[in-house]
Ligand binder design. Sequence first.
Ligand SMILES: [Zn+2]
Length: 568
Amino acid sequence: MISSKRISFVITIFFICAAAVILRLGYLQLFQHNAMTEKADSQQIKTMNLSQNSRGRILDRNGATITNHEETPSLMIFPSLVDDADSTASSLADILIMDQDSIYRKIEGFGDEETMIRYLPFVAKSNLTTEEVSAIQSLNEPGLFIVGQVGRYQSGLPAIHLLGELGTVTENDLLSGKAESGLHEGDLVGLSGIERIYDSVLRGQGGETLGVVVDDRNRPVYDDEYYVISTEEVSSGSVTLTLDLEIQQAVESALDGMNGAAVILDSQTGDVLAMASSPKYDPNHVEPLISDDAYINKALSAYPPASLFKIFLSAIALENGIMQRESIGYCDGVYHLENGQEVHCWEEDGHGFMIFEEALSLSCNPVFINVGKKLGIDRIKDAFETWGLDEDTLIGYPLEHRSEIQTAGTTEGDIANLSLGESGVTMTPLNLAKMINVIASGGFLMEPRLVMEVDPGDGEPPRSYAQSYPVRVIQSSTAAEVKVMMQKTFQTGTGKSLNLQSLDLAGKTGTSETGNVWIGGFFPSEEPRYTIVILVEDGSSGVGDGGPVLKKICAYLNSLIVESNDSL
Ligand SMILES: [Zn+2]
């Protein structure tokens, strides 16, 4: 049914003309009947907007459209024009391989006495094949129309967690005041994401509206009479995102089949080039869901950052002079807390003596517990705020606050857990990308941006969303030192086995006790272009579970770098 499925569709000009002619719409008759309809309070007009294609587009940074891609034929049924619901349902069930009873019920409104839109036309099936179209046409049954329908979301559903979804305004929405003024029953509105935030800009106005006069039980008063109201169509606006559709699709493909998220920032500007969460969901087919959390955008959900937090600790330890690159650290495989508890290093036999420059790439736990203790909770919290990590921000896209240091850090154990990113701190993959980008950018905090421009479409100038002004939070020399430490991860450290030495990658792996694995970094490390954070849930090691995703993403991004170098 139109109301229950979030159908976004377009009726072609062809259809509007055809509807006007074929249905013998009582345009004039309607007005003749006006006096009559006014007599009966119980009568009302049911309408349905036929101009959903006027909804504005959502574009990527290069102007490629992320919405409204393919126009395909759909079958629309006008229930009250159907002569024999039983035989029509039977024929359609055969052609469309659908359940005959459900088609019949939709046409007849059987057992649906209270349904408000029972007699309104509905889309029986979208995306028809050529064979289905010719079979339906050869039926020559009244009440069946083939119309062009543009799906709001393109195949593969790129960026669906950011775009959000649409819903249809119901009579209840209008009665309860839930719907904004100016909306009509049957209008499409954004329910979440970009669709909701920029609904007033994206919503098309005017155009063709189909109506039917019904009684208080939603039965048409004048049998088969529909009418079309034509009003001037007000063109809708558009929203241009910072996403690069091709990078977005490559990242989603790399994450396919996994539970997790990935974020790619432009290292120089903080623009979000890709943000993916897996699994995805299809707003047009609410059930069955692949998993319960398919609706969640994991890139904006908070998790313990595990060893990625050591990047931040390294930077503030160097910046504050707590550690130097040459400082000697020692690990015998276990750290003994004063209360007698032990915290093990992932390297059971211990790393032995090492200089601090190596400790990050080896991800040595005892060394970083010492670093955390020397820094102290106040300095860690202060830097967390200075780096903007206690704020979840995304320009053009309001976020809930999720990233924070929760621990008061009063015990040695608290500091140990915080230093290892295991507990006492949660961060979103997006916020971790912002953190790593401080190193990639040479020491600057840049708020990530998702929306570049919103064009209201009414002739007024577009509204631009500026990139954030870079704020220096650490010295460039500190950032350079941490970069060297991160480069070692893929040369001699925990990421060595991935054999990504040729990519000039700087990064860090992480595995939390809760089973989330992380890889974060940037490349090319000498002139960073892409800052990357990958989260895979239910993994056992950053290299084992995040590594294959990283390899796919980097292979694609590297091809872009090679391409752009060739064109110089
Ligand atoms: Zn160690």
